[in-house]
Design a protein around this ligand. Structure first.
Ligand code: LUZ
Ligand code: MOS
Length: 777
């Protein structure tokens, strides 16, 4: 089990180095961002003669292609060529988990926005004009837009999966209370600021270099090689940074890169393909909508004895990452609660929406929303506060999750009790009550939201990374890893690690682009694990270099390597500073012919999962926290504002406090948006109606809670977290789920006849209807 024992050894060595990571650090990209100097795909200097491409996509959600007439488009001045599936030299296949997704439609279309052809022209403007001239005839077939419809028709991506613990059927019989219900949570548009795009250029001997806005450079490389029918070494993928990913570029950055490369392959010329916002919204998948049912059973003292749920995941027209997302729904179905008897099932339903995909939380939030709904329903019907039920069921040390992992270093109660005492929960509850007693036009609502999120790719083989570290002759350092910088600050963390191991200033460290020729066969930057995996690899590489350098110094100074330390660019013998400087040491190492480059590989130890039994230990560790959300609802208009969100969050020992806080705040607001205002709408024909920012409302500065306070929970962190600084990307999104219940509680305060509903997002329209349902005026 302990394959990577050496990692842990290095880790403890590092503890001895004892580094000054305590102070807050700025994202190193902040300087170039504010000056507009950061480079994205669209900023890459393009070669003379570069062509520009636009995708021609299906104007129907399901049907047989009877004919496509490209003749007028091809005749347009400036159009170079139009590529279809017929031009694919390798396989017309881009499916990652299941090979069920063509790059270009052949005889049938399966979603509105499905790529059919690529128009390549001298300018993007010409390509767009040409697109309007294409005539297509489609014989329409029945369209499925919901999970329920798909299930009825037996349209599934894979066999449903279930996690079972204990004996729920028997346990329900012993319950004092049993409640059943239905929930819905809608999809969510990623709305990365930088839309999908890629730039492909021909190098020598059939090599193609792709600059891609992807979280997964290896996926782009591998899929391009497969579609072009060439070896992977012919495809080089380079990523400078992304203007946001949020999961939307884990899998779905790939097709655009492949298309650009396909055109380059044929034309032997550079090709740039960047989706505009409309095309991006229409053609790409989103967070999965879920239709779910639950059954919850409680004892007299509010212990959840049994929980069942069925999740219908709206996967869209192809698998994409849906089976993996579905799996994570099961992993997080009981959130941060211990439930001894569980039976949860998920079905990935094949519909005629664009293939839905990874989105921050990756199915976890959808699962958590259901159990929080079940708790809210139970509390309402029993006549207690949801808090009473939540509190009675928080995970404890050594409790077992439904998937067999034993909970260790559990911070569920710690974060819960901390937030309650730091922010005086009774006082908040009293304030809400007093406000509601003395106001009729406005009502306040409050909710607590605990989170528990498993860290690791649930697919165990994906949990590894590599780092390539060069120390240059002048003592400056260059680092390449598989980590993709997408605004989350991972480059800053990599820089901190190296700077601290070598004890040199940050300016001496450069984080290189993410490139498949320098670091190959990598997992995507995803699952909140990028800093852990790539950071551990970087740490390993830097420590190996440090060890060599210490030997060089020790030989020169005639002491043992164990007596040597490096501090602030000087060599120390024990606590005594010598005259030997970092740069001199590097020159010395070079003269001694010591390698100043190291390539390290890290694979998370201890994790495993057996899919045949649905049991194992899939997560390196869990991240915990609790938020208190209060809202004020305008009972005339149905609008709402969030008064405050107060969070106690388990950072472990944060290595980059400013960056981690940014992740918590950003995730929180994204979660609130998903739960309260972001409303994706497709019509029955499968056409996206919320296809612009005028019809799709995301949180803006006015909808951000007036007060967001985050207190770091002082925990020991975890050995498998980078420098015990826990993963932070996704977990805090789920605090946003509390916003739904806070609003619903405010509606209840205004309208005692209101029936609880679990249909997210709870938009102002729904709030208004709820305030006045059953004629409460
Ligand atoms: N991506 C993935 C993820 O491929 N596997 C995961 O488990 C995961 N979890 C969260 C976000 N992205
Ligand atoms: Mo992901 S949802 O790309 O971590």
């Amino acid at each position: 089990m302990h394959k990577n024992k050496s990692n842990n050894e290095l880790e403890s060595q590092l503890d001895a180095v004892s580094i000054a990571l305590k102070k807050s650090i700025k994202n190193l990209d902040s300087y170039t961002h504010v000056r507009g100097e950061s480079l994205y795909v669209d900023d890459v200097n393009i070669r003379q003669g570069t062509f520009h491409a636009v995708v021609f996509d299906s104007p129907k959600a399901h049907g047989k292609i009877k004919s496509v007439d490209y003749s007028k488009a091809e005749a347009l001045e400036g159009v170079e060529r139009i590529f279809t599936y017929k031009d694919i030299p390798g396989k017309n296949q881009i499916g990652g988990i299941i090979p069920d997704e063509p790059l270009f439609a052949e005889d049938e279309v399966h979603f509105w926005g499905m790529p059919i052809a690529l128009i390549v022209a001298e300018t993007e403007f010409i390509a767009r004009k040409a697109r309007d001239l294409i005539e297509i005839e489609i014989e329409e077939l029945p369209v499925i837009t919901t999970g329920k419809q798909a299930k009825e028709k037996g349209s599934l991506i894979t066999k449903p999966r279930s996690f079972v613990l204990g004996d729920p059927e028997k346990a329900f019989k012993d319950c004092e209370y049993v409640f059943e219900g239905e929930t819905f949570s809608n999809g969510q548009e990623h709305l990365y600021i930088e839309a999908q795009g890629a730039y492909a250029e021909p190098l020598e001997n059939g090599t193609i270099k792709i600059t891609s806005s992807t979280q997964g450079p290896t996926a782009v490389q591998r899929t391009t090689a497969q579609v072009l029918g060439v070896a992977m070494h012919k495809i080089e993928v380079d990523v400078t940074r992304l203007g946001g990913g949020f999961g939307g570029k884990e899998d779905q950055a790939t097709p655009w890169a492949v298309m650009a490369a396909l055109a380059t392959y044929h034309l032997n010329q550079s090709v740039k393909l960047i989706l505009n916002r409309h095309d991006d919204l229409r053609m790409t998948g989103k967070r999965h909508p879920y239709e779910s049912t639950y059954k919850i059973g409680l004892s007299k003292d509010l212990k959840i004895l049994a929980y069942e749920a069925e999740f219908l995941q709206n996967a869209g027209a192809a698998a994409d990452l849906s089976p993996a997302v579905a799996e994570r729904t099961l992993f997080h179905a009981t959130n941060s609660y211990y439930v001894p008897n569980v039976n949860v099932t998920v079905a990935s339903c094949k519909t005629n929406l664009p293939p839905n995909t990874a989105f921050r939380g990756f199915g976890g939030p959808q699962g958590m929303f259901v159990i929080e709904s079940a708790i809210a329903k139970a509390a309402h019907d029993i006549g207690v506060t949801p808090r009473a039920i939540q509190e009675a069921n928080l995970l404890d040390e050594n409790d077992v999750f439904s998937y067999g992992q034993i909970a260790k270093k559990v911070e569920a109660k710690n974060s819960w009790e901390s937030v309650k005492s730091i922010y005086n929960i009774e006082a908040i509850e009293r304030e809400v009550e007093e406000f509601n007693n003395s106001n009729s036009a406005y009502k306040k609502g409050m909710a607590l939201m605990p989170i528990c999120f498993g860290i690791s790719f649930t697919n165990t083989p994906m949990n590894h990374a590599r780092a390539l570290v060069h120390i240059y002759l002048d003592g400056s350092v260059g680092i390449s890893t598989a980590a993709v910088e997408m605004g989350q600050g991972v480059n800053t963390k990599m820089m901190q690690i190296a700077a601290n191991v070598f004890s040199v200033p940050y300016e001496k460290i450069k984080i290189e682009t993410t490139n498949t020729t320098r670091v190959a066969n990598t997992s995507p930057s995803a699952a909140s694990s990028t800093a852990d995996l790539n950071g551990k690899a970087t740490l390993k590489a830097c420590n190996a270099l440090l060890k060599r350098l210490k030997t060089v110094a020790a030989t020169y100074l005639k002491v043992t390597p164990e007596q040597i330390t490096l501090k602030d660019e000087f060599v120390y013998i024990k606590a005594k500073k010598t005259q030997l400087e970092w740069t001199q040491l590097i020159s010395m190492a070079m003269l001694e012919r010591v390698a100043l480059t190291e390539n390290a590989h890290y694979a998370t130890p201890e994790i495993h999962f057996d899919k045949t039994r649905e049991k194992g230990h899939p997560f390196a560790y869990h991240v915990y926290g609790t938020a208190i959300i209060t809202t004020t609802v305008d009972c005339t208009r149905g609008t709402y504002k969030f008064d405050s969100v107060k969070i106690v969050h388990d950072y472990g020992k944060s290595m980059s406090k400013g960056i981690d806080l940014g992740q918590v705040e950003g995730a929180l607001v994204q979660g609130i948006g998903w739960m309260t205002m972001e409303e994706i709408a497709y019509n029955d024909e499968g056409k996206l109606l919320s296809n612009a920012l005028s019809t799709y409302k995301i949180p803006d500065i006015f909808s951000v809670p007036k007060i967001v306070e985050t207190v770091p929970l002082e925990t020991k962190g975890h050995e498998l977290a980078i420098l015990k600084s826990k993963a932070v990307g996704e977990p805090p999104l789920m605090y946003g789920i509390g916003a739904y219940f806070a609003i619903q509680n405010a509606i209840k305060a205004f309208n005692p006849n209101y029936d609880l509903k679990f249909h997210a997002p709870i938009t102002p329209e729904k709030v208004l209807m709820g305030l006045y349902e059953k004629n409460n005026i």
